[in-house]
Design a protein around this ligand. Structure first.
Ligand SMILES: Cc1ncc(COP(=O)(O)O)c(C=O)c1O
Length: 362
């Protein structure tokens, strides 16, 4: 057999490392006095963790979701501080993290029990406080005692505090203030302890929440973390370029119906393009009719249901030929716009489109 084909699909994802570096500079501009934990969990939101770690080498630390994500990054030779947001579940995982100098987030008392049992490890930890999101974190009731427990635990070198906003994408949401005031109140008791709360949205809209460490994710990838501001208004550059080709151009008649379920009917005789991208490529199946697709400097509305390997677009008034370049999202069309039309968020689209494409990234 000749050379193996690594690209089995027509749709492609490309990653702009320069845009990642630019977006990190934007983080620095918004929070000049804080250290930056670049959140590169879930394969850097679909962008490829190795590419992201290289491009973001100026960050002060990286955050991953799971122990294995962090261990993988160490095995790739990344020596920067690594933080595991979900912490560890077992003593074996705790030892593996300690061996590689990886910092777990401690969010439940069972993890402190394990640290206390494990006398021959030494590691830095982050104590996560639940200030209102009710996902992971110690309740405010036990926050102080948990912090004291960790401070005297012989397997812990340094304890830091963290919490997470549930509504920072809506700057006027009352929960933002409630969560921040609960966390800053606790931090008053532990003034010497470093702390982190701000994700991308809070980093931009709540400068008082920056503390010693900020934790941006989505803004690094060039998507807006705010409902009321676009990425370009925030001078964030798109990192993922999701492209494909025009497979076919159909000349259809008035009344012809398009795709599964025949949900869209041609109002007149018209040209319809078939693009080689579908939900198998990470394009959202729930994108509605009208979702823009960029072809030859025009935004062509999506028509009917997205299929596994293809989708149809309205080519009325557009000069487009077979094999023409198509942009699903990227520089010509923001992923935030597509997410809005699909009733989801850019985070999900980026993770999905990136998942199948790691071999196609140069
Ligand atoms: C604990 C934690 N911190 C920070 C982030 C980064 O958030 P964002 O991508 O909104 O900046 C996340 C992302 O989900 C997170 O779970």
């Amino acid at each position: 057999m000749s050379a193996m084909k690594t690209h089995t699909r027509i749709a492609r994802v490309g990653i702009d490392a320069e845009a990642l570096r630019h977006n990190l500079q934007r983080v620095r501009a918004f929070s000049p006095n804080s250290k930056v934990i670049a959140v590169i969990k879930a394969n850097a939101y679909g962008h490829g963790v190795q590419i992201a770690a290289n491009a973001l080498s100026d960050a002060d630390a990286f955050a991953l979701a799971t122990p294995n994500e962090a261990i993988f990054l160490r095995q790739l030779g990344v020596s920067k501080p690594l933080i595991v947001l979900q912490g560890f579940l077992t003593i074996e995982e705790l030892i593996a993290l300690a061996d590689l100098n990886i910092q777990p987030v401690i969010h439940q008392s069972e993890q402190i029990d394990l640290l206390e049992q494990c006398s021959d490890v030494k590691l830095n930890v982050w104590l996560k406080i639940d200030t209102g999101m009710h996902r992971l974190g110690m309740s405010l009731k036990v926050a102080e005692s948990s912090c004291h427990r960790l401070q005297v635990c012989t397997s812990v070198s340094e304890v830091r505090l963290m919490s997470h906003f549930a509504n920072a994408d809506e700057p006027d949401h009352p929960m933002n203030y409630e969560q921040w005031s609960a966390f800053s109140h606790l931090h008053e008791t532990f003034k010497q302890v470093e702390a982190s709360m701000a994700n991308s949205a809070a980093l931009i809209t709540m400068p008082n929440s920056h503390l010693q460490w900020v934790r941006p994710g989505i803004m690094l990838y060039g998507s807006s973390p705010l409902k009321n501001k676009t990425a370009s208004e925030l001078d964030l550059k798109p990192v993922m370029q999701f492209e494909s080709k025009l497979l076919a151009v159909q000349s259809l008649k008035q009344g012809d119906k398009i795709g599964y379920g025949s949900t869209w009917q041609c109002p007149e005789d018209m040209k319809v393009g078939v693009v080689a991208a579908g939900y198998a490529d990470g394009y959202p199946r729930h994108a509605r009719t009208g979702t823009p697709v960029w072809i030859n400097n025009s935004l062509c509305p999506l028509l009917g249901r997205v299929s596994m390997d293809s989708l149809c677009v309205d080519l009325r008034g557009v000069d487009a030929k077979i094999n023409e370049r198509v942009v699903l999202w990227g520089k010509e069309l923001s992923v935030d716009v597509v997410a809005e039309h699909a009733g989801t968020i850019a985070y999900e689209l980026l993770c999905h489109a990136g998942a199948g494409f790691m071999s196609s990234v140069e």
